[in-house]
Design a protein around this ligand. Structure first.
Ligand code: GTQ
Length: 346
């Protein structure tokens, strides 16, 4: 070995490495997500979820959830770089153990009625299209007293929280926590427009709205209807906001809902935020870095950070409605948010 080779060989044992051999990877000219564009099929996953609801009890599993794992992010499993999505089912008569974690979470309800989640002593009821927040370190357990399976999309930021090595978890000392607040207090006190209760004040970084009902969301979407052209990229797109700040619902996750008019062909765009979509209704496609993701009702799909994308509504007569969530609040608060026009091709 030459003295040069010996010098390189000595470095690892001394906890050192030559920067010039790593430079391009550490300081890329632009981000290249390990996540890939991907679509998870509701039609194919729903029967499997129902299958496991028959074979796996909630005594055996704390939650009965199929994780939506991005093929580029299998270890640890995640849906996009910073965020996770899962499909959870709970059957009539079942309860799911109370626990809390530092990860922020929410549920977006897909199917069923008669279930609620209790969040820090408040029962928050569920109906399709509702968005229910479970901010970090809030106790939460689920109960279902309806008569058909209840299915929702779970969202958590654990990929980010674990990357930051800030993950804590605790089980409640009983299966269910006691109810100490009025049912749906968070949404009843805050959701109705821009009228905030004056005797309350901001308490932490999260929205106090525990439940953004589909009824209210739909009213907003329909109220705008033909008064606005919306965005050429995203159509009529609305952000769920924290009424104290006007900002995102939680510090790490922003949620939106958008209406793509019949025949909508969006302009191409990219941004550093990673986004997960769920199809509320309609059929169409989103082209992501040249990959065409065809979607239909309740499908989930991933648009990785800095991937170029463009939405298409396949119907000439019906709206398509998409729910989505992203790590845009993280990117913005860290000064890392960038966006530009970009053609995804194909
Ligand atoms: O329902 O509390 O999909 O704690 C992952 C972790 C759901 C939940 C998930 C959780 C939950």
């Amino acid at each position: 070995m030459t003295t040069e080779e010996l010098a390189y060989e000595a470095l690892p044992g001394l906890g050192a490495a030559p920067l010039w051999r790593f430079y391009g990877n550490l300081f890329p000219a632009q981000p290249k997500s390990r996540a890939v564009p991907y679509r998870w099929s509701w039609q194919e996953l729903r029967p499997l979820l129902l299958h496991f609801s028959q074979t796996l009890s909630l005594e055996e599993a704390e939650r009965r959830v199929l994780m939506l794992v991005n093929p580029g992010l299998t270890d640890p499993p995640a849906t996009v770089n910073t965020l996770y999505a899962g499909l959870q089912v709970i059957l009539p008569g079942e309860t799911a153990q109370a626990h809390r974690h530092t990860s922020n979470a929410f549920r977006y309800i897909l199917e069923g009625s008669g279930a609620w989640t209790t969040v820090n002593g408040e029962r928050v009821f569920m109906a399709p299209g509702d968005l229910l927040l479970t901010p970090g370190w809030h106790w939460h357990d689920h109960t279902h007293e309806g008569d058909a399976p209840m299915i929702w999309l779970d969202a958590l930021d654990y990929p980010l929280v674990n990357a930051l090595e800030a993950g804590f978890y605790e089980k409640f000392h009983q299966r269910l926590q006691p109810v100490t607040r009025a049912d749906d207090a968070g949404s009843r006190q805050f959701l109705h427009g821009r009228l905030n209760p004056v005797w309350l004040s901001q308490d932490g970084p999260n929205s106090p709205v525990t439940r953004y009902t589909w009824q209210e969301t739909q009213r907003s979407l329909e109220g705008i209807a033909d008064t606005a052209a919306g965005s050429d990229v995203d159509g009529i797109v609305l952000e769920y906001t924290n009424p104290w700040t006007g900002g995102p619902v939680m510090p790490t996750i922003g949620c939106r809902v958008q209406r793509l008019r019949p025949g909508f062909q969006g302009a191409g765009r990219r941004h550093t935020a990673s986004t997960i979509f769920n199809v509320v209704r309609g059929e169409g496609a989103t082209i992501v870095d040249g990959v065409r993701l065809e979607w239909a009702e309740h499908d989930t799909f991933a648009v990785p950070g800095w991937a170029s994308y463009r939405h298409l509504n396949a119907s000439a007569s019906d709206d398509a409605v998409l729910f989505s969530y992203s790590d845009e609040p993280v990117m913005r608060s860290l000064g890392l948010y960038r966006t530009e026009d970009a053609d995804p091709g194909a």
